[in-house]
Design a protein around this ligand. Structure first.
Ligand code: 5GP
Ligand code: ZN
Length: 138
């Protein structure tokens, strides 16, 4: 059954988009709610929700596409910097449940702020979280 997700519909051409590039594996378009001129999305043609769901082979193709598109966007916008952002699941701000990389050209004094104040670990918390992550990796 065809996926009902908005990006799948865009890829199938059922919804118009500002497509920039596509190949066998990926599709790239301008974000329709950009935070900077040239804000670009790169998505796999197959529907996967997050980086945890996409098979490694397809992820490699996606990352290659992200690099290609980043080079193009940076050169085209003359941006001295860029952010590559991937939101994973609702709690992290993922609104479209089809994995996508945001490429955001950045300029000095561009007024884009990602407000991320650093936290301080509580007593013993750092060691505990390290141990828990390492245990998962075993
Ligand atoms: P998320 O919060 O899931 O990481 O970001 C989803 C992004 O997709 C948002 O930046 C939003 O503007 C963009 N978006 C949502 N719907 C559409 C659409 O129909 N077309 C395009 N071009 N971008 C979309
Ligand atoms: Zn989809």
């Amino acid at each position: 059954m065809a996926e009902e997700c908005i990006f799948c519909k865009i890829i199938r051409g059922e919804i118009p988009s500002d497509k920039i590039y596509e190949n066998k594996h990926i599709f790239s378009l301008l974000d329709n709610n950009p935070i900077a001129p040239g804000h670009t999305l790169v998505i796999p043609k197959k529907h996967f929700k997050t980086i945890l769901d996409i098979p490694e082979q397809e992820l490699c193709e996606l990352i290659k596409g992200v690099k290609k598109m980043t080079m193009a966007v940076v050169e085209a916008t003359d941006a001295p910097g860029f952010n590559i952002i991937v939101n994973g699941k609702k709690a992290a701000g993922q609104l479209v449940d089809h994995i996508h990389f945001h490429i955001i050209p950045r300029f000095k004094h561009d007024n884009i702020r990602y407000e991320c104040p650093a936290i301080k670990y509580k007593e013993g918390q750092k060691q505990e979280i390290m141990d828990r992550i390492k245990k998962v990796l075993k």
